[in-house]
Write a protein that binds this ligand. Structure first.
Ligand SMILES: [Fe+2]
Length: 281
């Protein structure tokens, strides 16, 4: 709204690869989830309702003027939304840290975000009134937002958006469905980085070599999905035939978003289709 009111035109005029830097109406962002990090990013996602495409919009015009980050606003968030948005924030941190566009500034924010989010995600889902855990989640989500605004997200987000748009799966949930398998796919290209993630999340320590730490990271991502009741696409209610017939379109939309190009292991269309179909095994 801020961009359209300030610069005119239609939302589609502003989607990636255009970098939007037009003057806009100042925006004060007040997040009510510990999730998107949108309060501190120059990214936004707008769904084009005509073709169910989640359009990625990028540029300084999408950066709020100010953010009021108050964890109390998340105390009444329902468990499902707490879990989905929390996994989204964790995904932002991990993807920033392994992104080809990462840098020392995004790394620091990403690692600290993982340290804050990983031990508290289950806690806020178990007890939404856990004040300390809610506060750590909120700060973690905001730091993860700062991280990915400076490093970009990668393959999980690229492949997640089409699932969300076509099958109306909440953003964090489609990320969660993909996070373990995309991480397994990507580890061979960045095992030291993923090992750092495992250590920051507290599931491995400095005595673990990179391979062991990566294995522990994968185990944790699977365990997290189980503990937070993340459904498979099938359990979510998606028809297998519809999903399989959409996989080629989804992979092409993912590639067009640019996010897979930031991944440590850049996939082909066929490899993305392989990951999509693997969600049904
Ligand atoms: Fe996200």
């Amino acid at each position: 709204m801020s961009v359209l009111a300030g610069a005119g035109g239609k939302m589609r005029d502003y989607c990636f690869p255009r970098i939007v830097s037009e003057p806009v109406i100042p925006l004060i962002a007040v997040p009510t989830t510990a999730g998107t990090g949108s309060e501190v990013t120059r990214f936004t996602i707008i769904t084009d309702a005509r073709n169910d495409e989640k359009m990625l919009c990028v540029g300084p015009s999408f950066m709020p003027t100010a953010a009021l980050v108050d964890p109390e606003l998340t105390h009444s968030l329902p468990t499902r939304m707490t879990a989905d948005t929390g996994i989204d924030a964790l995904t932002h941190a991990i993807e920033s840290y392994v992104s080809r566009k990462g840098n020392p500034f995004s790394d620091y924010n990403a690692l600290e975000a993982m340290r804050l989010i990983a031990p508290n995600l289950r806690r806020v889902c178990k007890n939404g009134g856990d004040t300390q855990a809610r506060a750590d989640m909120m700060l973690g989500a905001t730091l993860a937002g700062i991280a990915f605004s400076n490093a970009s997200v990668a393959l999980v987000h690229g492949m997640s958006r089409p699932i969300g748009a076509l099958f109306h799966v909440p953003h964090g949930l489609s990320n969660a469905m993909l996070l373990p398998s995309v991480t397994a796919f990507s580890i061979p290209a960045a095992s030291a980085r993923y090992a750092d993630c495992a250590r920051a999340m507290g599931v491995a320590d400095i005595t673990d070599g990179d391979q062991d730490a990566c294995q522990k990271l994968l185990e944790e991502l699977h365990a997290l999905n189980a503990d937070l009741d993340v459904p498979t696409p099938e359990a979510f209610g998606i028809a297998k035939e519809a999903f399989f017939s959409a996989m080629h379109t989804m992979a092409n939309q993912a590639m067009a978003s640019g996010s897979p190009g930031n991944n440590p292991r850049i996939p082909s269309i066929e490899e993305m289709i392989g990951i999509y179909s693997g969600l049904w095994e």
